[in-house]
Design a protein around this ligand. Structure first.
Ligand code: FAD
Length: 322
């Protein structure tokens, strides 16, 4: 049976995040020829309709309330609830980003739905949607089959490939939500880091651990990341030692990343760190201890001093990439 799927898109700094297209691709996979409807929030949301249509949305709900220009749990949950009521979807997919992780449980509670969090795959089994998600900090995977009611899931970025943009256009549905009794109003946003590649969507991540030994020890990692067009990440060991900001932390209590290439330098490979990066497509570990557990998950291991190895890699990549 064909299904109507609501894919919630996410924009940041005036651009749609790539995960929005991945969520649309996930929706198309299980729609069974049914309708994929997107929703996008914020005053300037109309400018995203074309791109969402090219990536598979038949209709785009454009929710332009100014209260949605900056994220708050209250405003998003209220607006999205009204969109869901209007669309009446068989399933709702949302990016598993900081916003998705925060808003989805609130929305699920308001709708009285269960939530499959952090899905890395979606497929159809007969008429039921089956979600695959990591459990036990990424040591195992479980499949959850939604046999009745509206399925609701957050989709992990960088797992379900976005489809190439096509020529199709979406119907724009202008939607004003009733937003009231907000308990949080954002007055200003102060960014810790400016610019650079977004860590959670980066195709290449170069991460440093306690082995970098200092704030300056991150410089060669940043140079390598710059040459590769990637982002710098870190273990909690490096963050705890104040070599870098916690916004770079990858792992169970940090960000989850799934880049094409993950380079771990001076990171031992604790299970809590692996939880955030073990589904990376290619893992390269650089560690001077040949017994370091990170080598068990690495596709390529380099036993050596990161301060010698990383600059050598940067020089070699420069020859072919710059
Ligand atoms: P270490 O374990 O100290 O490893 C440093 C490594 O660097 C060593 O393997 C050493 O051989 C190598 N090294 C040293 N010098 C060099 C050199 N010059 N060249 C090459 N290699 C070198 N950790 C996370 O990362 N993310 C999380 O989200 C996270 N959440 C946690 C949640 C909980 C509840 C708990 C209890 C822990 C959590 N941790 C997390 C911490 C985790 O258990 C580890 O303590 C942490 O990952 C270790 O960081 P590290 O690998 O950088 O440091």
């Amino acid at each position: 049976m064909s299904k109507k799927i609501l894919a919630i898109a996410e924009a940041r700094d005036g651009n749609l995040r790539n995960v929005s297209f991945e969520v649309l691709a996930a929706a198309k996979r299980v729609a069974g020829g049914g309708e994929v409807v997107a929703a996008v929030l914020g005053s300037d949301a109309a400018k995203y309709v074309e791109a969402l249509g090219q990536h598979g949305a038949a209709k785009v709900y454009v929710v332009t309330n100014s209260e949605l220009d900056t994220y708050t749990t209250d405003a998003y949950a209220q607006a999205l609830r009204q969109v869901v009521d209007a669309v009446q979807p068989d399933a709702i997919f949302m990016p598993h980003t900081a916003i998705g992780k925060d808003a989805a449980p609130r929305l699920a509670a308001r709708l009285g739905l269960g939530l499959v969090s952090d899905a890395i795959n979606v497929e159809l089994d007969g008429d039921a949607i089956v979600f695959t998600r990591p459990i036990y900090a990424g040591k195992a995977f479980e499949k959850k089959k939604m046999v009745s009611g509206t399925a609701f899931a957050t989709i992990r970025p960088n797992n379900i490939p976005a489809e190439e943009a096509g020529a199709s256009a979406a119907e724009q549905v202008d939607f004003t939500a009733e937003i009231k009794d907000l308990r949080t109003i954002v007055k200003d946003i102060v960014r810790k880091t400016a610019g650079g590649v977004d860590l959670s969507e980066a195709k290449v991540v170069v991460s440093g651990g306690r082995g970098v030994k200092s704030v300056d020890g991150f410089k060669p990692l940043q140079e390598l990341a710059d040459v590769l067009g990637g982002a710098v990440g870190a273990s909690r060991g490096a963050c705890d030692a104040e070599y870098c900001d916690y916004s770079l932390q990858i792992g169970q209590t940090g960000k989850v990343v799934t880049p094409d290439l993950y380079i771990a330098a001076g990171i031992s490979g604790a299970i809590q760190h692996l939880a955030g990066m073990s589904s990376s497509k290619v893992i390269v570990a650089i560690n001077k201890d040949p017994e370091a557990p990170i080598f068990q998950v690495a596709d390529y291991g380099i036993v050596g001093d990161l301060f010698e190895v990383v600059p050598l890699l940067t020089e070699e990549f420069k020859k072919v990439l710059v």
